[in-house]
Design a protein around this ligand. Structure first.
Ligand SMILES: Nc1ncnc2c1ncn2[C@@H]1O[C@H](COP(=O)(O)OP(=O)(O)OP(=O)(O)O)[C@@H](O)[C@H]1O
Ligand SMILES: [Mg+2]
Length: 377
């Protein structure tokens, strides 16, 4: 059962910062306050060498004999420059395969860049990996990263020890985090009995346990139910409000619009746009749009709307169809279309005027198509 404060989306008690940090590592609160960006990347680039599937070993031999390379390298991230200051929640958005997770892996020292550099709290991820790891909390999508044969609380105990936290600091902070993430009731059960969303929430607790100044969250709400996702979004806002630098990836444009101060859109490894969500929508030159439900002579309606139409839906059982059109002049545009469609023998059954959203900007920037996002099959 979800914790009441969690389910209702209320704030709940604040999670106290820990004082017993890592004795051998430098916490950012003690660092040079003039440091502007807690996360910084300069020309960050990652190529993956192509690999031949193990099921086709003869292919490797054949290519070696012919002195051929196994294929072209995949450029997952290309010349990426990011700067994320303390207190900012930055959303990295992009279609599947755009390079988001690869970026997070490089910044969190799990992957070495092919070129360029990433810095966390001023530490270089390649040369000062241990210092970087001491200052970050990183969480990836999926169910890995926890010990399934331990309970939730035991997992936190183990990870706290790995971060050199004292027993009492681990116990106090685990209790608060488990409560805040709605897991107190299940804390003493084995993680293998948890649902996917519970494992994801425990993973978030693990990420926050040592109170790092930098958080990197790869799709933190992907598997969560709506109430838990809302609770997580609030928590992320609070954490950036406390001064943490947060880098998150998400496929939810609504989430990015709600919690991110800035977003970067990455497409095929390249950062194609960056800014506050509102600015990005404006910069994409997007107009409001009119969503219509039409009936009557639909082929004639298609001709009448011509290239003003942004998309067409599928015909419903009652023969009506949904379409969206550009509406720079708002309802005035609607009246003009009403007239034109009536002459063509179609009627508008329903009309809604919608402001452009981050999703519209995303689709425009990444060239994805609403009708068939995967292209030709
Ligand atoms: N270990 C790997 N070896 C080879 N190619 C890889 C590897 N990991 C990722 N890639 C490739 O790098 C590119 C970027 O992948 P990445 O996982 O960073 O995308 P993503 O933006 O996180 O996508 P998603 O939204 O699906 O999570 C993809 O073309 C992917 O196939
Ligand atoms: Mg990913």
């Amino acid at each position: 059962m979800l914790h009441a404060a969690w389910a209702t989306g209320q704030h709940g008690p604040p999670i106290p910062a820990i004082d017993a940090g890592h004795p051998t590592r430098l916490a950012v609160s003690r660092m040079d306050l003039a440091l502007t960006h807690l996360i910084e990347t300069r020309g960050l680039t990652k190529h993956f060498e192509p690999r031949v599937p193990r099921s086709r070993p003869w292919e490797i031999v054949r290519r070696r004999r012919a002195s051929q390379s196994p294929g072209e390298a995949i450029v997952a991230v290309r010349d990426l420059n990011l700067g994320i200051p303390a207190g900012e929640c930055y959303g990295l958005l992009g279609p599947n395969g755009a390079g988001k997770t690869t970026t997070v892996k490089m910044i969190s020292t799990l992957l070495e860049p092919t070129a360029g550099a990433a810095l966390v709290c001023g530490y270089d991820t390649v040369r000062q990996g241990a210092d970087v790891r001491g200052n970050i909390g990183v969480m990836f999508a999926g169910e890995r990263g926890l010990y399934w044969r331990l309970t939730g609380r035991e997992n936190l105990e183990l990870f706290g020890r790995m971060e050199y936290m004292t027993g009492s600091a681990i116990r106090a902070r685990s209790a608060r985090l488990l409560d805040r993430l709605g897991l107190t009731d299940r804390a003493d059960q084995l993680v293998e009995t948890y649902s996917t969303g519970m494992k994801q929430r425990l993973n978030l607790a693990r990420t926050l346990l040592h109170d790092p100044p930098v958080l990197m969250l790869d799709e933190p709400t992907a598997a969560l139910d709506p109430a838990a996702a809302r609770g997580t979004r609030r928590l992320i806002r609070e954490l950036s409000g406390e001064g943490k630098a947060v880098l998150l990836t998400t496929h939810s444009m609504h989430e990015a619009e709600e919690i991110c101060d800035r977003v970067g859109v990455i497409h095929r490894g390249v950062l194609v746009a960056e800014g506050a969500p509102r600015d990005l929508i404006r910069a994409a030159g997007l107009e409001p749009r009119l969503e219509l439900r039409l009936s009557g002579d639909l082929p004639a309606a298609r001709t009448a709307l011509g290239d003003q139409a942004l998309w067409w839906g599928d015909a419903a059982d009652d023969g009506s169809i949904e379409a969206a059109v550009r509406a720079a002049d708002g309802w005035r545009t609607a009246h003009a279309f009403d007239e034109r469609l009536r002459r063509a023998g179609a009627t508008i059954d329903d009309a809604r005027l919608r402001d452009a959203t981050l999703e519209d900007a995303f689709i425009k920037l990444t060239g994805a198509r609403l009708e068939n996002p995967f292209g030709r099959v």
